[in-house]
Ligand binder design. Structure first.
Ligand code: NAP
Length: 247
């Protein structure tokens, strides 16, 4: 197993890509701590699934955009689990609309959750990783953070921001044995994409060379590699998991 005795924080592990990441890391032996916004039942289900794989797991209600929630969660993990070896900033939301119709509130909410949330976790966790002189930070961005997308000014700005943050954090922490990379999924089958109208889905599929949607496991498989020592010499990178969409 690649991640035995490691502890991973995965934000937003109650469902979708986050749950797939929790399970993939747990299968490799990592203890898992995840957080959720409202989905307590689903998050506890993720915990149960991880425990069945033989690792320690815990879910806490913590709003990634709330500084106090984040600090409390990180302190709890350090106290109860001893170390924090892997941080996956996965929690994210969409509030889509054309720019001229987008409210300031919807803009702020998406930036706060998707971008500020990753900043708060990275800041808190990196203090612990710096003392350990090791750690793997992985930010879940998106292909639309690279390419832009009509109707998603807020979301694309947050995901492009994550790429800038990834490269800056990578430069700040590289000499201390800490890597920071971004994963940019394309079109993945989760609750987030389930709410899109069929016509939008059909148009999206036309832009994917592999002509199909990806699964959470497709993203999670890359996470196992990036979180392991096999990716020791890789930092500041953005890797697309998108069936060729962003080429
Ligand atoms: P999802 O199914 O909607 O799940 C989102 C997760 O984030 C849930 O666990 C949710 O918890 C959690 N969350 C949301 N707001 C939160 C907050 N303020 N504090 C704590 N947790 C919060 O989304 P997904 O499709 O799996 O997406 C996961 C990540 O991949 C996101 O960052 C998304 O932007 C990115 N991504 C997705 C796709 C795609 O095609 N699906 C493509 C590119 C990038 P609750 O259950 O409590 O709400």
């Amino acid at each position: 197993m690649l991640l035995e005795k490691k502890t991973a924080i995965v934000t937003g592990g109650s469902r979708g890509i986050g749950r797939s990441i929790c399970l993939a890391l747990a299968k490799e032996g990592a203890n898992i701590v995840t957080c959720y916004a409202n989905g307590a039942e689903a998050a506890n289900e993720t915990v149960k699934m991880c425990e069945e794989l033989g690792v320690k797991a815990k879910a806490v209600k913590a709003d990634v955009a709330n500084s106090e929630d984040v600090t409390n969660m990180v302190n709890m993990v350090k106290e109860e689990f001893g170390s924090i070896d892997i941080l996956v900033n996965n929690a994210g939301i969409t509030k889509d609309n054309l720019m001229l119709k987008m409210t300031e509130e919807d803009f702020d909410q998406v930036i706060d959750t998707n971008l500020k949330g990753a900043f708060l976790f990275t800041k808190n966790v990196s203090k612990i990783m710096l003392k350990q002189r090791s750690g793997k930070i992985i930010n879940i961005s998106s292909v639309v953070g690279v390419r832009g997308n009509a109707g998603q000014v807020n979301y694309c700005a947050s995901k492009a921001g994550l790429i800038g943050m990834t490269k800056s954090v990578a430069k700040e922490l590289a000499s201390r044995g800490i890597t920071c990379n971004a994963v940019a999924p394309g079109f993945i089958e989760t609750d987030m994409t389930a709410k899109l109208p069929e016509a939008v889905v059909d148009e999206m599929l036309k832009t994917i060379p592999m002509k199909s949607m990806g699964q959470g496991e497709d993203v999670a498989n890359l996470l196992i590699f990036l979180a392991s020592e096999n990716a020791r010499y890789i930092t500041g990178q953005v890797i697309c998991v998108d069936g060729g969409m962003a080429m």
